[in-house]
Design a protein around this ligand. Structure first.
Ligand code: ATP
Ligand code: MG
Length: 187
């Protein structure tokens, strides 16, 4: 599951847990992006902070892990490179790429889209406020599933912190404390 995770929140965690259970996955690997090319115009937090928050949020789940492949690669992050690196690290694994309805909409604009479907099976999940549709994606390459609706976004969490509003219960406790310790999102 790729993401900016700036910060990771309970929406991400519910999606991962649900897809893990439904597809009986051995492991869900969270992959914080390096520099997301779709977010070139935005300021995003340091990769190391996003990586550590993802580790903090996932540490207690034996089926969750975090990969540094994207943050250790220089240049903008393209999912095709992520999947190739993961395939190299886990040559016997069947890869699934988990994405929310909003990100799935953008898949067709991703670079080397044909290659992507050869590397992994895509799982598109519902997200409040977005339509889950598989716009002309190759047959059999994507499975759409409904997950418990969590109307949480990282953007909203950042706005809340900047405005002095709480993010307790939107993100894991350790992430609330990390945000405060590092004075993230102070605007
Ligand atoms: P931002 O507001 O900064 O874009 P975000 O909340 O969308 O943050 P991302 O890191 O961009 O989080 O998302 C990573 C992946 O998780 C994407 O595939 C996204 O669609 C999915 N996702 C994020 N939040 C939810 C949610 N509440 N429900 C379902 N899917 C989600
Ligand atoms: Mg997003």
């Amino acid at each position: 599951m790729g993401g900016t995770f700036d910060p990771i929140h309970h929406g991400h965690l519910v999606v991962a847990s649900e897809v893990q259970a439904r597809f009986e996955l051995d492991e869900v690997v969270f992959v914080p992006t390096g520099r997301p090319w779709q977010k070139d115009d935005q300021t995003i937090s340091a990769a190391e902070d996003r990586y550590l928050m993802t580790v903090i949020a996932t540490a207690s789940n034996p089926r969750f892990s975090v990969s540094r492949v994207d943050i250790d690669r220089s240049g903008p992050t393209f999912t095709v490179d992520t999947l190739k690196d993961l395939q190299r690290a886990l040559p016997d694994a069947d890869l699934f790429f988990i994405t929310g309805a909003d990100a799935l909409e953008q898949i067709l604009s991703w670079r080397r889209v044909e290659e992507l479907f050869a590397l992994a099976h895509f799982v598109g999940v519902t997200r409040p406020g977005y339509q889950l549709v598989d716009h002309h994606l190759p047959a059999g390459s994507v499975t759409l599933i409904e997950v418990p609706a969590m109307a949480i976004s990282s953007t909203d969490c950042r706005t809340r912190v900047a405005g002095g509003m709480p993010v307790w219960y939107l993100v894991p406790d350790g992430v609330v404390q990390y945000i405060s310790k590092r004075s993230l999102y102070q605007g």
